[in-house]
Design a protein around this ligand. Structure first.
Ligand SMILES: C[S@@+](CC[C@H](N)C(=O)[O-])C[C@H]1O[C@@H](n2cnc3c(N)ncnc32)[C@H](O)[C@@H]1O
Ligand code: SF4
Length: 376
């Protein structure tokens, strides 16, 4: 089974008002110290575990990994190369913020082997970007995209967000059209989630900000699916669209419940039986690694039931659905009877070529149907 490696880079220039990822502003001067610590964590882990997985993806996420220095990224990739067999890695993704990834740096990253860039555009509307607390403007998106192409990136993802307070369907249609005109290979279109512990959460709770209605959310989601499919972007996962053959291999590892290693504060790893995660504090992370300790916060051992439910939740989000054989290994009882009953109940669910999957109706009710398939 192929596997991935995730590295979490926690620094950001500012904290966006909706973001609950582990990202910290105003500590960029610590980047060299962090990079050294990250390299040490990778070495410590590799020296104390016997890992012979077939790695084919590396994902540098954040935070804002485009703030890595070229030397810093080189050290991390060299460390991975010394400690694991990464000779079969086909995809190295780096998340880049518009306006925070100059051409020279992108070129150097490309030369180091990064071959997929994921850009957080979020919107091309200046007012909405300001509302979200982003520090880039629409022109930064176009310039960074152009620079990435010039630097040799032929596999680019762009993230857009819908359901932003103040965003009309017309504005969303305009954003999608603008993005399609740029022709990235991959598009992620997420609806804005109100996460606890964010500024947005406080504003919504106090009634100062109102989230868009379910009707508008539905209309935006439906338009996204229709418009992107008319423009030759296949929806291979509910929020992810790509040109033929340009799926994100690393994210497919998550959704298929494949193995992945994880390094950096707050990063989560998985080995098929156990999930573990690192401390969500940069200072704790430094302290533990400096003492040659794993910077672990905790771990959980997944039961067959947990794995079944996770496979249902993640697998049904993919257009290809879930191989029934994979579910059968995790289910005690008659799976055919179980699934056929659910297919009878939900018009949006179907079985085809030994896989269980959504049809277009199911996609619109994804969470509801998936939870009905969970086992206790
Ligand atoms: C955590 S960011 C890291 C990459 C980069 N710093 C950026 O902002 O694009 C990865 C993606 O998650 C999205 N994201 C973060 N919080 C979100 C939320 N509450 N709702 C929807 N998308 C969110 C971001 O907008 C971004 O596209
Ligand atoms: S959305 Fe991206 S840039 Fe904004 S705080 Fe989160 S990780 Fe940083």
């Amino acid at each position: 089974m192929s596997a991935g490696i995730y590295l979490h880079f926690p620094f950001c220039k500012v904290k966006c008002m909706y973001c609950d990822f582990y990202s910290i502003p105003k500590r960029e001067d610590e980047i060299p110290k962090f990079v050294e610590t990250l390299a040490t964590e990778i070495s410590l882990y590799a020296d104390s575990h016997d890992i012979n997985w077939e790695f084919d993806t590396i994902f540098l996420g954040g935070g804002t990994p485009s703030l890595f220095t070229v030397k810093g990224l080189e050290l991390i990739l060299e460390t991975l190369d010394q400690k694991f067999d990464i000779s079969n890695v086909k995809e190295i993704t780096l998340e880049a913020n518009p306006g925070e990834a100059p051409y020279e740096k992108l070129k150097a990253f490309r030369e180091l082997g990064v071959n997929r860039l994921s850009m957080g555009f979020q919107s091309f509307d200046a007012d909405l970007l300001t509302f979200l607390g982003r520090i880039h403007n629409p022109d930064d998106c176009f310039n960074t995209f152009k620079n990435a192409r010039k630097a040799g990136f032929d596999n680019i993802n762009a993230d857009l967000i819908f359901d932003i307070p103040g965003q009309s369907l017309r504005k969303w249609k305009k954003d999608l059209k603008t993005l399609v005109d740029l022709q990235p290979e991959h598009i992620s279109a997420y609806s804005l989630t109100v996460e606890e512990n964010t500024t947005l959460f406080g504003l919504v709770k106090s009634g100062k900000v109102k989230m868009p209605s379910d009707i508008l959310d539905f209309a935006m989601f439906k338009h996204t699916r229709d418009f992107l499919s008319q423009n030759n972007y296949k929806s291979y996962e509910i929020s992810n669209y790509c040109k033929t053959g340009m799926e994100c291999k690393h994210n497919l590892h998550y959704w298929n419940l494949d193995n992945y290693l994880a390094f950096g504060p707050s990063a989560h790893g998985f080995n098929g039986e156990m999930r573990w995660w690192n401390v969500r504090s940069l200072d704790e992370y430094y302290k533990k690694v400096q003492k040659n300790e794993p910077p672990l916060e905790n771990f959980e051992v997944l039961t067959k039931k947990d794995n079944f439910n996770e496979l249902i939740f993640n697998g049904l989000r993919m257009v290809d659905g879930i191989p029934i054989q994979k579910l059968a290994k995790l289910f005690s009882g008659d799976l055919d009877v179980y699934l056929n009953t659910k297919v009878g109940k939900w018009e949006g669910l179907k079985i085809s070529e030994n896989k269980v999957m959504f049809n277009e109706k199911g996609v619109m009710l994804a969470d509801e149907i998936a939870s009905d398939l969970f086992i206790d």
